[in-house]
Write a protein that binds this ligand. Structure first.
Ligand SMILES: NC(=O)c1ccc[n+]([C@@H]2O[C@H](COP(=O)([O-])OP(=O)(O)OC[C@H]3O[C@@H](n4cnc5c(N)ncnc54)[C@H](O)[C@@H]3O)[C@@H](O)[C@H]2O)c1
Ligand SMILES: O=C[C@H](O)CS(=O)(=O)O
Length: 489
């Protein structure tokens, strides 16, 4: 039995894909895909299983829509994006309920994600009007040098299940503001948030073909997006493993790529830290979205002088968290996305305990709830030999590593192929600058555990990806720079 969420606007809950302004149920890749509520296991509905044929049609529709969309003025495109941002805000409750139903996060977090989504769209509505070029002093008397920035064209976007709305906002907002058109493939676990975006894009007056949304066979859709010569850019958010595959595929037709990939965030607590602030920051940096965010702390590095006090406080706060269905009042941690995610957390815990880790709280599937629910877990005496030191857990597991001095903390923090987010707590100003400058990461939180905002560049270094989303930098990846030399003057 289908149990779609209760909405004020049931029309936002779409089980069809959007190609060239048409809602269709074509499924050339096989049977429609079942979407289940990760909290209850109940069927929410099915969505089309699109393959290469539908993807090629969507790319052609985006290509056909590109000339007229790019010819609009930046102000005209901004009007559409502002209307979209307002529609997202006006429908926040329904969009949040769809998000919690398919992804599981607590409703309060889902509302926050939808709010962030509107903020990204609003931000790029404004940024699109500030795509400035240059006039460069010419080295020649009779020539002038002009620099313009042009939209790249058709964009292929592939997004993850953990932030099914805001990961679209960061891409769609920048792409459309730049004058590009887009084909989006959301994760099969969470398609409904993306399809609701399609409804609101239509209501915002965005012309048919500018935004196309496909659900279906990831490999087939990805293969078409990365190989079709009409697609000029690929923007991907997801695991490093898949990101590398897509970048390799896209290289064969030299497409621009933006890659927002995996992380292994260290959270460093120095002896001089404000302990209350450090614990408060640790809770949000670890347990947001049940630990399923790319910027979640994966390793706690705690200086030996404050180690026991921090460990005791973090374990106590973790044990006090209310775990349950995201629709339930007061719940602060929902289910993990699926059985595979639960198994990975269990593997990391078993490995840590087998290698000398000491369990302080949690450590197992939630005894009362079962299913995909997992107890917030803190393990002390973690060491670099453990899997959690190198692999992204992507769940509610907090391993505590001990260090002696600043140099060791920096060495441990940087000892990873990832470089997305990191956090550290100190009240020493000199240390704040020394450590921030030494850490090899794209995002640094000093005495803060939640730093994402649309006004700042989001992205990583090393194997956490390339490119930046949000901020004044986020639109650059959707533009080509053109040098015009005007001669014979
Ligand atoms: N850096 C960021 O901003 C950011 C944000 C969210 C998630 N992530 C990362 O994403 C991962 C978790 O998300 P996930 O499990 O959805 O990642 P994933 O890489 O498994 O999937 C991401 C998207 O890629 C699609 N996909 C998978 N294999 C594909 C293929 N061969 N060809 C084309 N598309 C393919 C999926 O269907 C999904 O839409 C974590 O590693 C997390 O750190 C990073
Ligand atoms: O999972 C990755 C998201 O980018 C997290 S955030 O909400 O943007 O910080």
């Amino acid at each position: 039995m289908q149990t779609e969420p209760q909405l004020k606007r049931p029309d936002l809950f779409r089980s069809a894909i959007l190609i060239g302004g048409e809602w269709v149920k074509d499924s050339s890749a096989g049977e429609p895909i079942a979407v289940v509520d990760p909290a209850t296991g109940r069927l929410l509905g099915t969505v089309p299983n699109a393959g290469r044929a539908e993807t090629a049609r969507a790319i052609e529709a985006a290509d056909a829509a590109f000339p007229a969309w790019r010819e609009k003025t930046a102000a005209e495109r901004a009007d559409h994006l502002r209307r979209l941002a307002q529609l997202i805000t006006d429908n926040k409750e329904d969009l949040a309920r769809i998000l919690t139903a398919e992804q599981g996060k607590p409703l309060a977090e889902a509302r926050g994600e939808v709010g962030m989504s509107a903020a990204y769209v609003q931000w790029f509505a404004e940024e699109g009007r500030r795509i400035y070029g240059d006039v460069i002093p010419s080295p020649w008397q009779n020539r002038r040098i002009l620099i313009t920035k042009d939209p790249v064209g058709v964009v292929g976007a592939i997004t993850p299940w953990n932030f099914p709305s805001s990961m679209i906002a960061r891409k769609l907002g920048a792409a459309l503001a730049a004058g590009c058109t887009i084909v989006i493939k959301p994760a099969s676990q969470t398609p409904y948030s993306a399809l609701a975006w399609g409804v609101l894009c239509e209501e915002a007056g965005i012309p048919a073909g500018v935004v196309n949304i496909l659900t279906g066979a990831a490999r087939q859709i990805g293969a078409e997006l990365t190989s079709n010569p009409l697609v000029k850019k690929i923007t991907f958010t997801g695991s490093t493993e898949v990101g590398k595959q897509l970048a390799e595929q896209a290289a064969r037709t030299m497409k621009k790529v933006s890659m927002e990939l995996g992380g292994n965030a260290p959270f460093i607590v120095f002896d001089d830290a404000d302990l209350d602030r450090a614990v408060e920051g640790a809770m949000v940096a670890k347990y947001r979205n049940a630990g399923q965010t790319c910027v979640c702390t994966n390793r706690f590095l705690v200086q030996e002088g404050i180690y026991d006090a921090f460990a005791e406080r973090l374990a106590r706060a973790s044990a006090a968290m209310k775990v349950g269905n995201g629709f339930e009042e007061g719940v602060v941690q929902g289910p993990l996305i699926d059985e595979r995610a639960v198994a990975k957390v269990e593997e990391h815990i078993a490995d840590a305990l087998a290698k000398g880790g000491r369990l302080l709280t949690g450590g197992r599937r939630h005894q009362g709830l079962g299913g995909n629910f997992f107890e917030p877990t803190v393990i002390a005496d973690a060491t670099p030999a453990m899997a959690v030191a190198r692999e992204e857990t992507f769940g509610p597991l907090a391993p505590l590593f001990r260090f002696r001095d600043e140099a060791e903390a920096v060495r441990l923090a940087n000892d990873t192929e990832y470089g997305l987010a990191c956090y550290f707590y100190t009240r020493d100003l000199g240390r704040a600058f020394r450590v921030s400058e030494a850490l090899e990461y794209g995002l640094v939180g000093i005495n803060e555990g939640l730093i994402t905002t649309e006004v700042a560049p989001f992205g990583g270094v090393k194997e956490s990806g390339v490119g930046r989303e949000g901020s004044k930098y986020g639109i650059d990846d959707y533009l080509n720079i053109k040098y015009v030399c005007v001669g014979g003057l």
